[in-house]
Design a protein around this ligand. Sequence first.
Ligand code: AMP
Length: 279
Amino acid sequence: MIICKTIAEVLFFKQSLTEKKRTIGFVPTMGALHKGHLSLIEASKKQCGTTVCSIFVNPTQFNDKNDLARYPRTPQADIKLLEEAACDMLFMPSIEEIYPQPDTRVFSFAPIDEVLDGLHRPGHFNGVAQVVSTLFDIVQPHQAFFGLKDFQQVLIIQALVKQLHLPVQIVPCPILREPDGLAMSSRNALLNTEERKAAALIPKLMQEAKELSKAMPLAEIEKKLIEKVKKEPLLNPEYLLFCDAQTLQPVNDIINKKVICLIAVYSGKIRLIDNIVLS
Ligand code: AMP
């Protein structure tokens, strides 16, 4: 696997690709890689001649300085996993390489960036749009692979690509889970034993939301499940909402639309998200 740290090195790598290897699949990450990330690499390898992964902990998407400071960083283990996964190139830029000057661009993806994480993490999706559009400029992938664990992020990236007329196809990929159902996440490594145990309730709530939605009004389910989270001393709910899966606007019923239930919960100090599509 080739490791590039600068944009010049990426351009050199791209120029060296033979005709057959020229279709680029791209998997942008913040590192501390797990099987969820590797499933995106695998998806890219199935469809593209060359697979590029990036590891960049993007400061502009962190609205909470402590969250940025404690974000797990495991570059050596990441390189080993990517080599084993036969990733072709890893782009690992410095902050100065991506932001030689502060990025002052302001994006709007209303209404989808005004709800859920857009509401609770002000500036987060603007930072995501900044870094992803910059990485797309540098890598110029044909396809880019994103996990549906970050469902709202997938919609934002699709809107970004449309707004900027970028010639890249966004490929949403399924959520990979731990044996007890918890969605894999780099942040799971930050949970202590008790917080990790408590977090196992999250996927169970998602399943329950789906089951109950067949018979009970959605607003009542939201209330009931939020109460359940509150009963668990280590968990603190931020939101649990049923939304239209295209607009992310709140819905009262599941008739004639694709509905998704999304959750954000703190386990101790660690913020975790999950979702389930009801269809
Ligand atoms: P991150 O490093 O957390 O920014 O994630 C990089 C990419 O991996 C994003 O597209 C995530 O949605 C995706 N991802 C993270 N966790 C999972 C998972 N459990 N299953 C599938 N994709 C994931």
